[in-house]
Design a protein around this ligand. Structure first.
Ligand code: NAG
Ligand code: NAG
Ligand code: NAG
Ligand code: NAG
Ligand code: CU
Length: 178
């Protein structure tokens, strides 16, 4: 139990001091790629990932039938392709995530955005440790079901380091610093 707590704490500390977890390359839409065929739900796809700085988005598609426009939030929602921030059209386009933020993409071919070929990628300032699928990046260790805290040698440390108040403080500090 003490180990689990300290492990969680270490991961949090790594996030805190900005030690990089491995960067990933995410192919948008997985094997389906970037397409209008098959009604790929790109929103659902994006929601299944935790994107972070230094990850790469890979758009794979037939460049004769699709492209990738990075657009503003409002242009994304209205599928307005007239003023993209960036245009990609090789069919094998990498978008490297340099900074936290919210990134919006759709296909500029007529009707494709309206048909759902659009994806927005949220990159939070702080992400959970790699492999932790979802939910809050901070999972404060809860007291065991009976509510007790074991009087083991590590418990004083746990009380010092890992209660909710403290974790929240570290989280806010890291938000502020990174
Ligand atoms: C991203 O990569 C740069 C250069 O390798 C590194 O300095 C930085 O810490 C990394 N950032 C994150 C959040 O992994
Ligand atoms: C699309 O965006 C352009 C440039 O921002 C703007 O001038 C135009 O009115 C927009 N079109 C629509 C239909 O919103
Ligand atoms: C597509 O791009 C990726 C990343 O840049 C690269 O590793 C891969 O070799 C490219 N594939 C093709 C078929 O060009
Ligand atoms: C959390 O730890 C801090 C510092 O050790 C302590 O002052 C505070 O009372 C603790 N809060 C809770 C809810 O245990
Ligand atoms: Cu398209």
């Amino acid at each position: 139990m003490g180990l689990a707590k300290n492990g969680g704490f270490l991961l949090l500390l790594m996030a805190f001091v900005g030690l990089a977890t491995a960067a990933n390359v995410y192919q948008v839409g997985e094997s389906a790629g970037w397409t209008v065929i098959g009604n790929v739900d790109y929103g659902k796809w994006a929601a299944s990932k935790i994107f972070k700085v230094n990850d790469t988005l890979l758009f794979k598609y037939d460049p004769q039938h699709h492209n990738v426009l990075q657009v503003s939030r409002s242009d994304f929602h209205s599928c307005n392709a007239t003023a993209p921030i960036a245009t990609y059209s090789t069919g094998n386009d990498s978008f490297f995530i340099r900074a936290p933020g919210h990134y919006f993409f759709f296909c500029g071919f007529l009707g494709h955005c309206q048909a759902g070929q659009k994806v927005d990628i949220r990159v939070p300032k702080i992400t959970g440790p790699a492999g932790v699928p979802t939910g809050s990046p901070i999972q404060p260790p809860q007291a065991s079901p009976d509510g007790s805290i074991e009087p083991s040698p590590s418990s004083s440390e746990s009380i010092l380091c890992c209660n909710k108040t403290w974790l929240l403080l570290v989280f806010l500090m890291s938000e502020y610093l990174l």
